[in-house]
Design a protein around this ligand. Structure first.
Ligand SMILES: [Zn+2]
Length: 324
């Protein structure tokens, strides 16, 4: 395990204070510590697994963003959400690209024509396929070689990156997307800087992350499923995301809420609560009775309503950054 002494955001030495203890409910059942910087309030999983040991925490059939199974309720819900969100994500991108054809007359599959897109952390490549269908020249990269293989088998064009996950320097992308990826990257600053270099002038980065001060996060506390330790190394609030990117000279020009995430995360969090109550700490138990679903839907709706009134950030938000 590696203890982070220098705050990843503000760089201060030894400003980490205990924040919360969270169980890995997905793979190992182990308990991990979160710490918060006394200066900039950035929350870390700390200590965190060394890079060479981190793979074992992803070894689960339940690690669904890297599988294409649609079996139980959780997975079915995930598949459905993914489809709906792909359309929305393309719409967000289209709003922030200059000279993007907006007229309704223009054929749907001509929308992103000429624009290049990289999906960093593409999993099995479904968003790359959706972007291609929308006309983008789209490519994907994922640190999980098995996921990349699956993506390639589906015809996804992939990108070679450096061993440390940084992109080679050549400004070739109009859009780089990181959908729920940033929180997994150990050398986060280097990767962001390399993405910026790989963006064309006026290019955009879209970054979606869970919000650790959303209503559902505060409601479920240490049972909140989006802590997802130790796979998530960082736990963001809107201010820390914007701060991180502004240090890399990327300006936030818009944010979007991801309403399905509140429902999905609430469902997983209710399951966490139930297994802990029963004293079962074994991960992978999919208990989704009527009461679990009812409470999850109630919490998800509540979280989205609060986000709409801007009392809290949404469970997950996407931030659009522009290269100046
Ligand atoms: Zn700090």
């Amino acid at each position: 395990m590696e203890y982070v002494e220098h705050c990843v955001l503000c760089g201060k030495y030894r400003t980490q204070h205990p924040y919360m203890k969270v169980r890995d409910a997905l793979v190992t059942g182990e308990v991990f510590d979160l710490t918060r910087c006394g200066r900039c309030k950035f929350v870390l999983t700390n200590p965190r697994p060394e890079a060479q040991d981190s793979l074992k925490y992803y070894k689960s059939d339940d690690y669904i963003s890297h599988t294409d199974r649609k079996k139980n309720l959780k997975e079915k819900a995930y598949g459905l959400v993914k489809k709906r969100m792909q359309v929305r994500k393309i719409q967000w991108i289209s709003k922030h690209l200059e000279n993007f054809p907006h007229k309704e007359k223009e054929a749907r599959n001509e929308m992103g024509k000429g624009f290049s897109l990289l999906d960093y952390g593409c999993g099995t490549g479904d968003f790359v396929i959706a972007a291609e269908k929308a006309g983008f020249k789209a490519r994907g990269y994922d640190p999980d070689s098995l996921a990349m293989q699956r993506a390639q088998n589906k015809g996804v064009k992939t990108l070679k990156v450096r061993k440390d996950g940084c992109l080679y320097r050549s400004p070739e992308f109009d859009v780089i997307t990181l959908w729920h990826v940033l929180e997994h990257i150990p050398n986060i600053r280097e990767v962001i800087a390399s993405c910026r270099k790989a963006l064309k002038p006026n290019g955009i980065m879209i970054v979606a992350v869970p919000m650790a001060n959303s209503y559902d996060a505060l409601h479920y506390k240490e049972k909140w499923a989006a802590w997802d330790v130790p796979r998530h190394l960082y736990h963001f609030v809107p201010g820390t995301v914007k701060n991180l990117f502004s240090q890399e000279k990327l300006e936030c020009v818009a944010t979007y809420t991801m309403p399905f995430d509140a429902l999905y995360i609430s469902l997983l969090s209710e399951q966490n609560r139930k297994t802990e109550r029963k004293g079962e700490h074994k991960p992978g138990k999919n208990t989704a009775g009527a009461s679990v679903i009812f409470r999850a839907v109630r919490s998800g709706i509540k979280s989205n309503l609060k986000a709409r009134k801007e009392k809290y950030p949404a469970s997950s938000q996407a931030f659009v950054f522009k290269k100046q």
